[in-house]
Each structure stands twice: as structure tokens, then as C-alpha cells.
Ligand binder design. Sequence first.
Ligand SMILES: Cc1ncc(COP(=O)(O)O)c(C=O)c1O
Length: 382
Amino acid sequence: MQPEQQLALVGGNALIPEGPPLWPLPDESVQEALIAAFSDGSWGRYQGPHIERLEARLAEYHAVPFALTCCSGTFAVELALRAIKVNPGDEVILAGYDFSGNFRSIESIGARPVLVDIDPSTSSLDAAIVEDAIGLTTKAIVVSHLHGGIAAMRSLREIADRRGLQIVEDACQTPGGNVEGRMAGTWGDVGVLSFGGSKLLTAGRGGAIVTAGEDIHQRAKAYCEQGNNAFPLSELQAAVLLPQLDLLDARNGVRRQNAATLIECLRDSSGLSAINTMPPDSAASYFKLAWLFDENAWPIDRARFIAALQAEGVAIDIGFRGFTRRGPRRCRRAGDLTHSARAAERTVLLHHPVLLESPATIERVTETFKKVRRAFSEPNAE
Ligand SMILES: Cc1ncc(COP(=O)(O)O)c(C=O)c1O
């Protein structure tokens, strides 16, 4: 009998609860917001109170003067680049391992991505080598906080200020994260948020930028207002996001606690290393919890490891493909991209809903990881 078959007999799909999908949660406050928007008709209007309220709340929450909502996080990155005046022909520094849409957002402006390797302990741009990548036409840096890691924003900010560059800080995976005492998204000249269907704050689709720059906000607004507000978040989407913002800090707290437990319990699993190096005074939000899977230390490859855990009901998947195979026609490679390539090959990501589960479920998840390891190391053990 194959180890996968043995596992299925032992555990079944124990971690998949019966019923509706795990995310979004059926929050009463969201239901009330939906009903209220239905009752007052605001759900169907071009203009109403919710967008204005949400933008004010997002600005207040991030302690910046301006927030502007839009149709997606992907578009928000493009909007941010336009708002800081990245022009066709400019270069924009980006990690060799990042969300694929960020590469495209740079391209969509006619700018050119410059790939810099990641620091493997954070999954984000390696600030120590960014400066060497700056060329005559380099205008900006796009940096993402990924998979529960926190980018080295203080160093990046210092480099950008000294070299006259601007930063787009992608906090789509880290809303409410704390980066060296400041809200994630506020070290950049512009911060970017996503409200996509899987995200910690969700409206199915949607995004926003936050900024302290009045001129940046004005340019972004002017770009969006072409035609009849061409890239909007809807009033209904804003209505359901408002109550979620009130729940975010408490939920981030639970996710952090459970992520710390999982990281600790699996620390001794050789061949699985957590990506959780934090700068001081920082805390991530855990849209995903990441490990690097070292195939040399396992009797199976990453695909089989993931399939076995998924068969056990654990919501786990591979990470991004990264950009290390993109050719010189589309981007400039600044140095070696070894860690980015390794991240693309080895990252495994636990999806966030499980991080709001009970301690007993968290324990079952760690046991399932260990069980998979045992089943493949000693096929007759289970
Ligand atoms: C780091 C990062 N940036 C941007 C986005 C894009 O957000 P959206 O799905 O709202 O377009 C995502 C989505 O997963 C992301 O993970």
C-alpha cells in the first residue's frame, strides 16, 4: 500500500470541516452591514457613505492623511507607481521572488523591472544588495512583505532617501502588520492593500493605497477619475470592509499566536525551515505561513509532500514561481538570484484560515505534518 493510502486510512480529511468554505468567516457585523446596505439602498449606488468612511478609516488606521480605494491590489500597485511618477523607460527594483502581478504592474507602465535577490530569512528584497542594483534610470523600489515575513524597511528607506528613489510598499499580505513600530505600508512613499477573496480583509475583490503624500494622493485620484471613475471599489464592498477592519487587530493577534506555536512545534522537523526572521519591534499578519521545504532532507519531493498534507485536509500549497526565468528582453537582473530561485522551488505555504482555529486543531496540524514525515520515512510505521 502506498504511504498516501495509509495516511488516508489513518487520518481521513479530519481538518476539513463540513459545510461552507472556511473563508470569509460568517461575521455577524458583516451580515449587519450587508443588510443595512440593502435596507438603505446604498448597495446599488454609484456614490454613498461607505467609500468615504472606509478611506477615512484606512487613513486613520495607518496613521497617514490619505487612503484611496480601487478595484484590486494588483491595480493598486500600478496606481502607486503612476502616482509616484514612474514613467515609461524608468527602472523599478523588484525582488526576484514576488507576486507575479507586481512584475506586470511595472511593465504595464512601460517601466522595466530590475530583479534583486531576496533575503531567504524574510522572503523579501535583500536590502544589503539593493544599492548595487541602482542604475541611472532607476526610479523606485517595489517591496512586498510576504508569507509572514517582514521586509527590511528601515534599511530600504535609508537607501531610497539617500539615492533619491521612491518606495511602493506592498502590504497586501500583511494588513495591520507592525514594521519596526510603524504600520505595514507606511514606510513606503505609498503602501498597497488588497481586499481580494482570500485576503485577511476581503470584499471578494478590491484594493487601496495609503500615503502621507498629498501630491501622490492627488495624482492617484486624478488617474482613477478618468471617464467615470474607471477602477472603483463599490459602495457594497466598502460597506463589508468597514466592520472587518474593526476585527483585524484581534484576529492578527490570534494568527500570530498560532503561527508561533506551529513554527515552534515544527522547529525540529529537519528539511522544513520557517521564514520568520523579524526586525525588532515588528509583527507580521500571516496571510500565509511559509516554510522552505528541503527535498534533500525528505524521501519525497515538494509536490508529493503537499499532496499528502492536502489529502489530510491541511490547506497548504506551493509559493510563487518568481521571476528568475524571465529573460533580458523583459527585465534586468542585478546580480545572482539564487535565493529567489530556491524560494520558487521550495516554498510551501499554509493558508491563513487555520491560524484562527483552536489550539486543538493547531496541534492536529502539527501532528499531521509529523505523520506525513513518518509515513514516507518509514512506510510501514502508520
Ligand atoms: C504580495 C501581493 N501583492 C499584490 C497582490 C494582488 O492583490 P489582488 O489579488 O487584490 O489583485 C497579491 C495577491 O495575492 C499579493 O499577494
